[in-house]
Design a protein around this ligand. Structure first.
Ligand code: FES
Length: 146
């Protein structure tokens, strides 16, 4: 953390890189981590929490090995994201924000990921996938289930 903050003129400017570091090490950002970072940077815990909850890339709950972030904003909604979400729920037996019992899959619903040309689309861990249809979802799930 000292190495990261030393790169910034103001220590508090290192908030995002520190959150990435914690998530990389711990897998998620817990309330305790938020408190530790706030104390370390000398800023309010509520500020750290606002940042964590604003960016969907920061995880506050455990996720599956394969995490789907399905976009539900206009371009994706007009091209069928609701059907995609329903299909994922049926195939995995979970609702947004949940993890399958075997820990392999989780999914969430997010706002525009800036890849509207791929609508309907989702982020599958670090990859953008789209345009989606039920067959493509099935293939992704089957491939990740092996
Ligand atoms: S609306 Fe879905 S990526 Fe932009």
């Amino acid at each position: 953390m000292d190495k990261i903050t030393s790169q910034y003129e103001q220590k508090r400017a290192a908030l995002l890189p520190l959150l990435h570091l914690v998530q990389e090490k711990e897998g998620i950002i817990t309330a305790d981590s938020e408190k530790e970072i706030a104390a370390y940077l000398g800023i309010a815990v509520s500020h750290v929490h606002e940042v964590v909850s604003f960016y969907h890339l920061f995880r506050q709950k455990p996720q599956g090995k394969c995490h789907f972030s399905v976009c539900q904003t206009t371009a994706c909604a007009l091209r069928g994201s609701e059907d995609i979400i329903e299909h994922i729920e049926k195939r995995l037996g979970i609702k947004p924000g949940e993890v399958t019992a075997n820990g392999k899959f989780s999914f969430g619903v997010v706002e525009c990921l800036g890849a509207c040309e791929l609508a309907p689309m989702m982020q599958c861990n670090n990859d953008y996938v789209g345009p989606l249809n039920k067959k493509k979802i099935d293939e992704l799930i089957d491939k990740s289930n092996d």
